[in-house]
Design a protein around this ligand. Structure first.
Ligand code: SF4
Ligand code: SF4
Length: 59
């Protein structure tokens, strides 16, 4: 599971294509669908703004 830092996200759309589960969408601001996210963290390195933050389970 990852978190989107809304304060950093510029809505650039890059992360949407990084997610193999299509858990990320972006309409002005990136959004995560937690039901689809498998926690693979493939999206982490894609955000040029560092707005995608890894979150450990239960934390
Ligand atoms: S790549 Fe980063 S800045 Fe761009 S839409 Fe995704 S979370 Fe926002
Ligand atoms: S952690 Fe994996 S499944 Fe979850 S949003 Fe990122 S790329 Fe998609």
């Amino acid at each position: 599971m990852v978190l989107i830092d809304a304060g950093r996200c510029t809505g650039c759309n890059l992360c949407v294509f990084s997610c193999p589960e299509r858990a990320l969408s972006c309409y002005g601001l990136a959004r995560l669908d937690p039901k689809r996210c498998t926690g693979c963290l493939a999206c982490l390195g894609f955000c040029p703004m560092g707005a995608i933050i890894g979150k450990t389970e239960g934390g």
